[in-house]
Design a protein around this ligand. Sequence first.
Ligand code: ADP
Length: 498
Amino acid sequence: MFKKVLIANRGEIAIRIMRACRELDINTVAVYSEADKNALFAKYADEAYYIGPSPASESYLNMDRILEVAHETGSEAIHPGYGFLAENPVFARRCTKEGVTFIGPDASAIESMGSKIASKETMRAAGLPVVPGSNESISDVGKAADIAQSIGYPVIVKSSAGGGGIGMKVVRKKEELEHAIESTRRVAKSAFGDSTVFIEKYLEEPRHIEFQILADTIGNTIHVCERECSIQRRHQKLIEESPSPVMTPELRERMGNDAIKAAKAINYTNAGTVEFLYSKGDYYFLEMNTRLQVEHPITEVVTGISLVKEQLRIASGEGLNHKQEDIQQRGWAIECRINAEDPLNNFTPSPGKLRRYRSPGGPGVRVDSGVHTGYTITPFYDSLISKLTVWGENRDEAINRMKRALYEYIIVGVTTNIPFHKAVMNNEYFRRGELTTHFIDDHNIIADVAKVVEADKEKGATLASAIGADDKKVAAITAAVGAYMQGAKAVGKDDHKR
Ligand code: ADP
């Protein structure tokens, strides 16, 4: 096992990785930007080094500087977390070349999944079902119209190099096609530096279901079951759960085996995720993420396996700790991404200082976060405050526990999407497990969020003013905190039905 690992990331995921390292007795090296010089993750590490100004391009994406720190500190390996350099084959290759282990798959596996067009082709050849569509880049509108006609509208125009749902456009009729192609191409060029776009059939009411993969370097590949990530805004996940409410043992076996097949097709090693769209009993390969996912905690919670420790073990050359037949999901896990953003204003980011921060706790609650009272969410990076994960014996208990935990969350100073999560937990379709990627629009969740915000307002205002008035008035603050947490009763399931 490694003795020292550099974590080329920030915030909650840097801390998550360092926690695993600490439990494995591995020393940690943090790298931080100007904006993060007082951040918790940098303090948490055994050593921390400044790598550049706040913009990611000058710090967390600065390969030269990160590798320099790795060499100076004698780090044997680099964990890239997610985002930033995690799926950058150039970085993975440079690490290998410079004698530092990249904790992730081989650069060639990253490369082969970097282009959505090429990855769909690879998976089609490996025998996986893929969404019907163009298997090459779309250059002229006439040809695109022919393909759209043959697969049938609606279609979706996507960036081949894309990620984060950025730039995708749904096209319902031929007249909209040209504009959509131009728009996606423009966004793709500026976001990913690559204007290659393609089209595929737009599935009307899909669910997003993905499988976690673990593969060691001595030939063992297993799946660690599924996660359902259908609750999304702008094609980005907000709530994830495991198991999926639609999963059966037979379907799990089929999809899981296909996920393993996908990994083996590209000689995959380390942790990865094979994403599928599921619709009316059928499923289609969507893409493979060659890294740790944001939503990995729900898998850890229901299977008891530490994915980060597995990543470290695999990268150091050890064989998998688990066999396929040992993998079992126990109970139910749900994760809510708690972001500094305003759900009532199109989920616009709301950076700022956390004047008060108190996270929930108690049985079955896990909080992955890198913030604290006084911490400032900067506009330089994403607006994630924490990942709130709960475990329950069954789905109902997990939902009730999540609701309880959401009402225990105290965040003063920035607008958060907690009211959104409360509204979803109260929604009768969500409670019945009837999910699609259009859930937010289909059930007019934003109207429910407005009601939650209204109901929370009075108690929240009392709390904010008690906190603001005088920090010494501990009794007043404690009383206001207690009253605020009682909100779970006020906006209950029945209240929602009225
Ligand atoms: P990205 O890499 O940008 O995240 P993905 O291809 O993984 O893009 O898709 C992200 C989300 O976009 C999916 O979870 C789904 O909600 C939606 N989506 C993508 N392709 C389709 C499709 N063909 N039909 C319906 N929805 C789609």
